[in-house]
Design a binder for this molecule. Structure first.
Ligand SMILES: [Zn+2]
Length: 274
């Protein structure tokens, strides 16, 4: 898929905007993987946002790493990319974005919520509503020593202070057609987002998987999964959902087109890029 051409599903136009790709040694990303399962010593992970246009709305699902964020992980630390310029040339100017939908609050998903302006973190999208799971916010507010606190302060708190944040519970539909569903395990309150159109169900499943090898081997957790057993359960649940509903699956980290379909025979799942 050409990044800016995207694809059309009913009234929705969906494009991918890549921020960066990262090659991980296979057993570093998926510690339980055997070389034969992954088929490679190295797995490429893409960090990107999904841009959705529909009926005058401009929606971004997850906002990547961002620039100048101080992070413990070297691959996310102090980036300085042209993501924002490319976002604008894709038709998503800062003042045009109407909604930001966040699957979970990790450093590669909330970064462009804000940008550094005269030494202060300010909302990147001044007119957007930022939708995020409530449970993480409640947790962080009560745990000032949480390792995610720097991320909260530079990427979340500024959009709460500006009155742009909407904190939601799983099951809610913050925007017509888009429903949040609970898929915990990768993080405590990780959510997937289901977009239902008249013709097709689309799934923005966040980090329930990082690489297509996990479709065939759903037992494989990534090194980033906080609760291994819950992550496996959520992965299995959403793979079954994707297969049973013939969903278009918009992954958050697969490379290539990053989009595919899941099929199954009995309990074995298969991935096909589309
Ligand atoms: Zn991620």
């Amino acid at each position: 898929m050409n990044e800016h051409s995207g694809r059309t599903i009913d009234d929705f136009r969906v494009m991918k905007l890549t921020e960066k790709t990262i090659a991980f040694p296979t057993t570093k990303l998926l510690p339980g993987a055997k070389a034969t399962e992954a088929g490679a010593d190295e797995l490429v992970v893409s960090v990107h946002s999904w841009l959705i246009e529909s009926k005058g709305k401009k929606i971004i699902v997850d906002t990547g790493i961002g620039n100048h964020k101080q992070r413990a992980q070297a691959v996310f630390n102090d980036q300085n990319s042209d993501f924002l310029e490319r976002l604008e040339s894709a038709g998503f100017g800062r003042n045009q974005v109407t909604h930001v939908l966040l699957t979970h609050l990790h450093g590669d998903h909330v970064g462009w919520n804000t940008l550094l302006e005269r030494g202060r973190w300010v909302p990147t999208f001044p007119k957007a509503t930022y939708v995020m799971p409530r449970a993480s916010i409640d947790h962080l507010r009560g745990n000032s020593d949480d390792p995610l606190m720097p991320l909260y302060l530079d990427s979340i708190e500024p959009v709460i202070s500006s009155g742009q944040a909407v904190l939601i519970q799983p099951g809610e539909e913050p925007l017509e057609g888009f429903q949040y569903v609970s898929t915990p395990g990768h993080s405590r309150d990780h959510c997937s987002i289901i977009l239902r159109t008249p013709d097709r169900t689309c799934l923005f499943a966040g980090d329930i998987m990082h690489h297509p090898v996990q479709v065939q081997h759903p037992e494989l957790n990534s090194v980033f999964c906080a609760s291994p057993e819950m992550a496996q359960l959520s992965r299995h649940k959403m793979l079954a959902f994707a297969a049973d509903t013939r969903s278009l699956y918009f992954s958050s980290h697969f490379a290539e087109t990053s989009v595919g379909e899941v099929t199954r025979s009995n309990e074995n799942f298969r991935w096909t890029f589309v």
